[in-house]
Write a protein that binds this ligand. Structure first.
Ligand SMILES: [Zn+2]
Length: 134
């Protein structure tokens, strides 16, 4: 083998030493494999952000359902309506930010979060009207 070329540790192809790059796991790889591992790393990050979006949706749903229920039960419903409107606003803003993500799964999650936010705002306004008429 020519001293100026090195074998890729992933695909075995010989390539110019000058073009050698190291993968995130420290392997000496050719430019093609380097590009592939970068893309794979991006997919991993997208999967991780999709997971965190799902967790965010579950936590948001729990907040929208559980917190107002507990507060109404505790007799502080007037704070619940304000809380719902504020929470809804936070969810809509968060959903809008997440809707610019590259991953389609994250964008779907973002739409759900934004819709939950709108629902929370309407719920808060409806609750205010109900409590106001009492
Ligand atoms: Zn390679």
């Amino acid at each position: 083998m020519d001293a100026a070329t090195v074998p890729c540790e992933l695909c075995g192809a010989s390539f110019a030493r000058a073009a050698a790059t190291y993968s995130t796991s420290g392997q000496l790889v050719c430019p093609a494999c380097s590009a592939k591992t970068i893309i794979a790393g991006g997919a991993d990050r997208a999967a991780a952000s999709a997971r965190s979006t799902r967790i965010g949706i579950i936590v948001s749903a729990a907040l929208v359902v559980a917190v107002p229920s507990l507060m109404i039960a505790a007799g502080v419903g007037q704070y619940v309506s304000i809380g719902l409107i504020v929470l809804g606003g936070v969810l809509v803003v968060g959903g809008r930010a997440a809707s610019r993500a590259a991953d389609a799964g994250v964008r779907r999650g973002a739409l759900f979060v934004a819709l939950a936010g709108v629902a929370a705002i309407f719920l808060g306004i409806a609750l205010r009207n109900v409590l106001g008429r009492r």
